[in-house]
Design a protein around this ligand. Sequence first.
Ligand code: AHR
Length: 521
Amino acid sequence: MNTITIIADDVTGTINPNIFGHFTEHLGAVIYDGIWVGPDSDVPNINGFRTGIIDRLKQINAPVVRWPGGCFAETYNWRDGIGPVAERPVTTNWWYGHDSRLESNEVGTAEFMAFCRAAGASPYLAANITSTTPLEIRNWVDYCTMPAGSSSLARIRGENGDREPFSVPFWGIGNENWGGGGNMTPEDYATEYRKYATLASNIPGDGRCFVACGPSGNDLDWTTRFFEKMRDRVKTPASLLQGFAAHYYCGTAGSATEFTRDQWYQLLWQGLRMEQLVVEQRAAMDVHDPERRIGLLVDEWGCWHHEGSGPSGGANLLEQQSTMRDALVAALTFNIFANHSDKVVMANIAQLVNNLQSLFLSRGPELIETPTFHVFDMYKGHQGGRTLRTLVECDDLEFTHDGRFRAGYDNDSDGIAAAVSGTQCVPALTCASSLTGRTLTVTVVNLRYADRAVARIVLRSVAAAGTARQAVLAAGDPHDHNTFEDPGTVGAVWSEMAVSGDQIQLEIPAASVVLLEVPLA
Ligand code: AHR
């Protein structure tokens, strides 16, 4: 029998709602035809933004959205996206070489702010540092946040329709500066970061969080060398950065929709490696930030399959289908973040719609939810909850790894491939639990490809009493996914069950995610 023990008097942290964050880049059909259809469209919209997406973001309590990139950010000039739309320049998008799409700049700062307001989410602006100057980023902060009628840029903001300042709590300073963002060494980047952050943070603002570019995957060398270089001049790094953001993608095993049993486990195994990243990155940061004033973010994460599996057949760059396998990666990743809520302050899945591990796929007026959307919906009860120590006793599942995986960008690296190829294991179950008021939220993932599981949940120091709500996200086949033709193949099924005392028996279908919301005595 599998046993999950929840120790209610052992609180290990508080789950920051921002770990359930999002990311929208000017890439493929994420913005145009994705979130944005334009105010004159026949597609229901709120000031140009697709109502169906805004409604669902509200449904899942979307806390934060990162924009405008990604790689796109590193050639973005924020001045191209302000003022009358007809006068905005058409620019060559970062991704132009891949899909020949130009950037109309129809969605700029004011539009994105309106999107966030409508969705009830906080904006997280990713600022360019590779192809602009520190003054320009300071000017963007000025434009967005200076009081009405104060600076010239604040006045221009008013003339453009937004007299009152925007509330922008999160500012990223650069994107992937170890790669597309300038191919810098950690020392180069720390030097640049100091300049940019010193100038940008010099404009007063409460609770503003400046986020530095963290590692590709779990690259500890990047982290250590970045902080060491920072401290050449800045003895307390937290005075210049409040966040440090890693990127971690799981590379495809098989394809988005076709995979074997071994490839199923191979992708989940990659997802589970997020735990090592979180633990080791936080430990490396602790050396330089022992009081944890700098938060660890993972501001891009998710599964990255081969190009072309999405409904557009490759027309929309990086668009992919999402099966139950992707949903399980999302769910077990959230279990990791929840169990390490003392370490992770934000995470942004890549990307919201028509892209990598998306919550939605759109086509003209049509909008469908992927299985990953349902995970976000089921996990929202964890937001702001207190993490309870949760012990899982279950079998290990063996599978054969072909040695290929993408931890960050180390795909197919020979040394790593040799180390992981052959027999590997994953646990059959993962679980996280949190407490909000007198409600216990328990999320369980059954990684088994084909077999159901029964688990006994044992409560320590509390007892259940009343009617629990249960949601099950399962599929007849692990390859199941939603399509425009059949949008309801995968969805959560809700039910209720009577609970009492300190034990609950849980039936868990194969390849599934289960949520229990348990009222406590
Ligand atoms: O999410 C797609 C791309 O992946 C982003 O633009 C970039 O930051 C990362 O390499």
